[in-house]
Design a protein around this ligand. Structure first.
Ligand SMILES: [Zn+2]
Length: 202
């Protein structure tokens, strides 16, 4: 008998290059979902986003000619690789599909959020994420002071957060670049709502 023994896959596991990080822009109110078409149009008009990188699954754009004037960089030597044909990371902008409910975006840099009342940390937060994803109205009770708040009203600092619409600026090391006041002004004008930012690393 020559019962088939499946050959071991010759494909080796992909070498995971460490993701530098991304800047995430999202409305300050995690329930708000602005009109995306109008938003992109205004971001393109001011040169924050450039030509479309057109993928079928999500919207992606090159950075536009106004990008550097709408961001503040911490380092003195700004080197922006905006060419997608090169190896490694390049700077571009992605718009994730809108979520039905406020959802959590986190990364390996995310630390336990703090209770806004007593500053206690929710150390087992990663065990709650699946429940939050399937229960959009879940409350989280603080293990120290006993107050119950929705998870987006905990203090995630700039290491994660909830939203329904996320604009991602790849690849930005956390705090390497921050949105300039002019970018927040532009986002507010384009959406009629306030915005916040944070950073995540895969
Ligand atoms: Zn508390």
């Amino acid at each position: 008998m020559t019962a088939g023994v499946a050959p071991r896959s010759a494909a080796s596991a992909p070498v995971a290059a460490s993701h530098t990080g991304r800047l995430v822009l999202t409305p300050a109110d995690p329930h708000v979902i602005p009109q995306v078409g109008l938003l992109i149009e205004m971001l393109a008009d001011k040169g924050f986003v450039g030509e479309s990188l057109g993928t079928s699954e999500e919207q992606a754009y090159r950075i536009g000619p106004g990008f550097l004037s709408l961001m503040t960089f911490a380092g003195c030597a700004v080197r922006i690789q905006s060419d997608p044909d090169r190896q490694g990371g390049f700077c571009h902008i992605r718009v994730l599909p809108a979520r039905e409910h406020p959802s959590l975006l986190v990364g390996r840099n995310t630390r336990a959020p703090r209770c806004v009342g007593c500053r206690a940390r929710l150390v087992d937060w990663r065990e709650h994420t699946a429940h939050w994803a399937s229960h959009p109205h879940a409350g989280v009770t603080c293990p120290q002071c006993g107050e119950t708040r929705p998870p987006w009203l905990w203090d995630w600092k700039e290491q994660g957060g909830f939203g329904r619409l996320f604009i991602l600026v790849e690849e930005i090391f956390p705090s390497e670049a921050t949105p300039a006041p002019a970018l927040f002004d532009l986002l507010i004008r384009a959406s009629g709502t306030g915005w916040r930012h944070f950073y995540v690393q895969d």
